[in-house]
Ligand binder design. Structure first.
Ligand SMILES: N[C@@H](CCC(=O)N[C@@H](CS)C(=O)NCC(=O)O)C(=O)O
Length: 212
């Protein structure tokens, strides 16, 4: 059976879990925390990041690599568009979600959740305000024009939608939500992804893992 290594509330692990859930692939989740000196994680993930995946004799890491492998190896339920232009755009939106959005929105989670609860240090609210007031608005202006007012970017839910919404799930754990008056499409997309039948159970499980 496939093994997926990772901490459940990571936006990157969530993306891999979403692909597995959408494709209805059974797997074993091995909870693994980066920075913890976990030897098994170091063995399966040379960069010591999560997620990593083992499928028989295959061992890979990185959520994009994992999602592409799953799409190729388990094509019955696609999680990317098949039209080349749509696929390229989905890849780009996934990249955007996994880089600048993840760095900014998930940083709010890092500052307000991880720092006090895991690293036992005080929250730097000045740093959080800078992210919310300066870093995020231009990024949200861009994605607002990329996503629809209803439904998902390519009709059915794809990994592009998950990658765009996922950092804001983390930011939501840290009392941040997108201002729906300024960015209604993105605020709506995050809620639609969270409510999707394949995603909602993942989020319920990670909330339980986070103790809430
Ligand atoms: N590009 C990677 C990023 C993975 C990543 O940065 N994961 C974080 C957790 S959210 C991590 O493992 N950080 C540990 C580190 O940077 O050493 C992917 O898509 O999987």
């Amino acid at each position: 059976m496939i093994k997926l290594y990772g901490a459940a509330a990571s936006p990157f692990v969530r993306k891999a879990m979403a692909a597995l859930a959408l494709k209805q692939i059974e797997y074993e989740h091995i909870p693994s925390m980066p920075f913890s000196g976990d030897e098994e994680l170091a063995r399966v993930s040379p960069l010591q990041k999560v997620p990593a995946l083992v499928d028989g004799d295959l061992n890979i890491a990185d959520s994009k690599v994992i999602c592409r492998y799953l799409e190729d190896a388990y094509p019955e339920v696609p999680v990317y568009p098949t039209n080349p232009k749509d696929r390229a755009r989905a890849d780009w939106l996934e990249e955007y979600g996994g880089t600048v959005l993840a760095e900014s929105a998930a940083a709010i989670f890092f500052h307000r959740f991880m720092v006090p609860n895991v690293f036992k240090r005080p929250v730097d609210e000045e740093a959080v305000s800078k992210i919310i007031d300066e870093k995020l608005p231009p990024l949200l202006d861009y994605v607002e024009a990329q996503v629809p007012a209803d439904g998902f970017v390519f009709g059915d839910l794809t990994i592009a939608d998950v990658a765009l919404a996922s950092p804001f799930v983390n930011a939501g754990y840290a009392q941040y939500s997108i201002d729906a008056d300024k960015w209604p499409n993105m605020a709506g997309l995050v809620e639609r992804v969270k409510a999707h039948e394949a995603i909602a159970p993942l989020l319920a499980a990670e909330r339980a893992a986070l103790g809430g």
